[in-house]
Design a protein around this ligand. Structure first.
Ligand code: GFB
Length: 322
C-alpha cells in the first residue's frame, strides 16, 4: 500500500518518548496528523503480549511506527546483551504480531545499520544483510533487529501485510541520551566538550583510537524519511536511511569541540572498544525513490547543542555519569 496517508488516520507511535519517537511525533503533528496515538511504558508494557494485544483491540490503530527499542552506545550494548536481545525481540514480536492480528494497514519497523556484517562492503547496500559475521559489541541487538525485519517480511509473505523496515544509520539530535556510560558517541562528546569548556579542563577523553568511521543522521531528517517511506514504499527487506557521508571519530570530536567552543586536547582511551571499523550506508535505493537528508552534520550538531544547553530548564536534566 502506497499513497498519501489520511491526516486523520489513527497512527500509533510506539516509543514516543525516545529520540526517534519524539521526533516522529513532532514531525507528524507538524505535517497535520491529528490522531497520533502514544502510550508511556507505565501505560503499556510492550514486553507483555497480552497488554499489547488488548491495546490494539481497543484502540484499533490504522498505521504503526515501531520506534520503541532498548538502545544504547557501544558499551551498553556490549555490557547488557541479554537485555538488548530479549527486550528488542519481545517488543518486535508483540507489536508486529498485534498489527497483523488487528488488521493494521501499514507498519514501519525501525532497525539499525548494525544489522549488516562487520566487514560489509562500504557503503553498505541492503543486499549485504546476512552475508557475513556481525560486529561482536552489538551482535545481540543486531540479531533482534534482523528478526524484526524477518517478521515483517514473513507477515507480508504469508498474510499480504504492508509491513516495511527502514534501517537508519547512527542518529542524533534533541532528546538524545547524554549519559556518559550508556550513550552513543555524539551526545557523549558533546557533553564532555561542554563540561570541559565550562570547567577549563585541559582535555576530553575520546574512547578507542579515533579511527572508526561513522555516518550521522539528524533525527528530524529520519522523521521526514519515515513519512516518505510510509507513503511511497512498500517492499520487503530493509531500506537504508542515511546521509551517504561519514566522518572519523577524531573528525567528529574536532567538529564537536569547534561547535562548542572548546579548545583543549583530545585524549584517546585505548582501553575502550572501537567497534565496527566503518558503517556507511549505501542510500542509492532511497535516493532513487525520491528522498534525501537535508541537515548537514555541523548544523545538526549546533541544534543539538542548543537543545542540550536548555535541557535543565525544561527538566530534561541528562542523567549523571556513573
Ligand atoms: O556511538 P557508539 O557508542 O556506537 O560508538 P557504535 C561509536 C564509536 O565512537 C566507537 C567511539 O568507536 C566508540 O569507541 N567513541 C569515542 C565513543 N568516544 C566515545 C564516547 O565517549 N562514548 C561512546 N559511546 N563512544 C552502536 C551500536 O555502535 O551504534 C548499536 O552499539 C547501534 O547497536 C548504534 O547500532 C547505532 O556506532 O559503535
Amino acid at each position: 500500500m502506497t499513497g498519501p496517508l489520511p491526516r486523520d488516520a489513527t497512527l500509533f507511535v510506539a516509543g514516543h518518548r525516545g529520540l526517534v519517537g519524539s521526533a516522529i511525533v513532532r514531525h507528524f503533528a507538524a505535517q497535520g496528523f491529528t490522531n497520533l496515538l502514544t502510550r508511556t511504558r507505565a501505560e503499556l508494557d510492550l514486553l507483555d503480549p497480552h497488554a499489547v494485544d488488548a491495546f490494539f483491540a481497543s484502540e484499533r490503530p490504522q498505521v504503526v511506527i515501531l520506534a520503541a527499542a532498548k538502545v544504547g552506545g557501544i558499551l551498553a550494548n556490549a555490557t547488557y546483551p541479554a537485555d538488548f536481545l530479549y527486550q528488542n525481540l519481545m517488543i518486535a514480536a508483540n507489536v508486529i504480531h498485534a498489527a497483523h492480528a488487528h488488521d493494521v494497514r501499514k507498519l514501519l519497523n525501525l532497525g539499525s545499520s548494525c544489522i549488516y556484517p562487520k566487514h560489509a562492503p562500504q557503503p553498505m547496500p541492503e543486499s549485504a544483510l546476512l552475508t557475513g559475521p556481525l560486529e561482536s559489541t552489538n551482535r545481540a541487538y543486531a540479531i533482534a533487529k534482523i528478526a524484526a525485519i524477518e517478521l515483517c517480511d514473513a507477515y507480508r509473505a504469508q498474510h499480504g501485510r504492508s509491513f516495511i523496515s527502514a534501517m537508519p544509520t547512527n542518529l542524533y539530535g534533541p532528546g538524545d541520551n547524554f549519559d556518559l556510560e550508556t550513550s552513543h558517541v555524539l551526545p557523549a562528546l558533546l557533553r564532555k566538550a561542554v563540561e570541559a569548556r565550562d570547567a577549563g579542563a585541559p582535555s576530553i577523553t575520546v574512547w578507542g583510537s579515533g579511527t572508526p568511521r561513522r555516518e550521522f543522521l539528524y533525527v528530524d531528517d529520519l522523521a521526514d524519511a519515515c513519512l516518505f517511506l510510509l507513503e511511497h514504499f512498500d517492499e520487503p527487506g530493509p531500506i537504508n536511511v542515511g546521509t551517504g557521508v561519514d566522518v572519523s571519530i577524531r573528525e567528529l570530536a574536532e567538529m564537536v569541540c569547534d561547535v562548542i567552543g572548546y579548545e583543549g586536547e583530545l585524549a584517546f582511551d585505548a582501553g575502550k572498544p572501537d567497534g565496527t571499523p566503518r558503517k556507511l550506508m549505501d542510500v542509492t535505493r532511497l535516493t532513487r525513490a525520491g528522498w534525501s537528508a537535508t541537515t548537514d552534520l555541523r548544523t545538526g550538531l549546533a541544534r543539538t547543542a542548543a537543545w542540550y544547553r536548555e535541557a535543565p530548564e525544561r527538566g530534561d536534566v541528562p542523567s549523571p555519569s556513573v
